[in-house]
Design a binder for this molecule. Structure first.
Ligand code: PHE
Length: 340
């Protein structure tokens, strides 16, 4: 019996090592180690052995089974690797080629600046509101004290969907919409970022651009609050050394009105090409909310006052990143956008 077992050991080893495929290997396994396999059959005859012989033969059988199991495992691994290599070769896959690169996008400079603006104003206690881009003539103009045929409409020619529906020319209609919702509640303290549209198109004007509106209405709001708020904003946006300059201006929905310039961040106010040698760059329009605008919304203009401002986000992005043509922002050239 010992000879029989040793014979099985040798022939199984040879067979396993000679197998050329996983299928063949499987068959050999069944043939030797399976329920009806050669090893099992020999062991069935153990009953005829003497009591001294039985444990010795039993032990030998176990050693052989373990040994063959190991040879089988190794052979199986080697064949699997070979099979994979052959498959890859057949499919013409060169696993040494570098992988295909995933192109990760980056955040658009206008979005970055909008995020920062929101951060600065929410820290000052403002909430963020939104309004429709397709707007009624009523909210875009009438409610801002710009009746039909008002000459100030000229500066804000836009795209007409119909006679009474336009693509909004500024974010100011959100002022009226928010006040309609809140009046007579105080305070109103909101910013409203979004897209606006005008019939303009050159290096510093795009037919679609972005604004952030700001509005605060409460008791005892003064022009000094307007100035202080905007100065704080500019310092946080452009740095502690930045300053602002207010120039008298006109908007039908604010009185008095001011255009606000920031000290040129390229030359620190000394005068350069980008600020046209003035040391200042215009970034927004602002003013004290016109009493008529407050009244139309249902606020008592004898008791409450407010200030409002509207700034161009794209302008601020251009300043912050030194971009000299607004159209670059909207051409979606990845080589440009990847820089931010
Ligand atoms: N809406 C004005 C514009 O687009 C800016 C502005 C907003 C001015 C709020 C005053 C108050 O030019």
């Amino acid at each position: 019996m010992r000879d029989q077992l040793n014979e099985i050991r040798e022939s199984a080893k040879l067979a396993i090592e000679g197998a050329t495929s996983l299928e063949e290997l499987k068959e050999i396994q069944v043939q030797y180690l399976g329920k009806k396999g050669k090893l099992t059959q020999v062991l069935r005859g153990m009953g005829k052995l003497s009591a001294e012989e039985r444990p010795v033969i039993g032990q030998l059988a176990n050693v052989i089974r373990d040994e063959l199991g190991e040879v089988f495992e190794n052979s199986s691994k080697a064949l699997a690797t070979k099979a994979m290599e052959q498959k890859l070769l057949k499919e013409n896959i060169d696993v040494t080629l570098p992988g295909r690169q995933m192109n990760l996008g980056s955040i658009h400079p206008v979005t970055l600046v909008e995020k920062r603006i929101k951060e600065i104003f929410t820290q000052m206690g403002y909430t963020v509101e939104e309004g429709p881009e397709v707007e009624n003539d009523y909210y875009n103009f009438e409610r801002l004290n710009l009746p039909k045929n008002h000459p100030a409409r000229e500066m804000q020619d836009t795209f007409y969907i119909s006679e009474d529906i336009v693509l909004r020319t500024h974010t100011s209609p959100v002022q009226a919409r928010v006040m309609d919702e809140l009046a007579p509640h105080l305070p109103v303290k909101i910013i409203a970022p979004g897209r606006v549209f005008r019939r303009d198109d050159d290096a510093t004007h795009s037919p679609m651009f972005h604004q952030v509106e700001g509005l605060i209405v409460d008791e005892n709001i003064t022009f000094a609050d307007l100035r202080g708020t905007l100065l704080e904003f500019v310092k946080q946006m452009f740095g502690e050394d930045s300053s602002i300059r207010l120039r008298p201006s006109y908007f039908p929905f604010t009185e008095p009105s001011a255009e606000v310039d920031v000290s040129c961040i390229f030359c620190d106010g000394k005068g350069c090409r980008l600020c046209k040698q003035t040391g200042w760059i215009e970034i927004l329009g602002s003013g004290m909310v016109h009493p008529r605008v407050l009244e139309m919304a249902g606020y008592d203009s004898e008791k409450v006052t407010g200030f409002a401002f509207g700034m161009g986000i794209d302008r601020i992005a251009m300043l912050k990143y030194g971009i000299d043509d607004m159209r670059l922002l909207f051409e979606n050239d990845i080589r440009f956008l990847k820089q931010f």
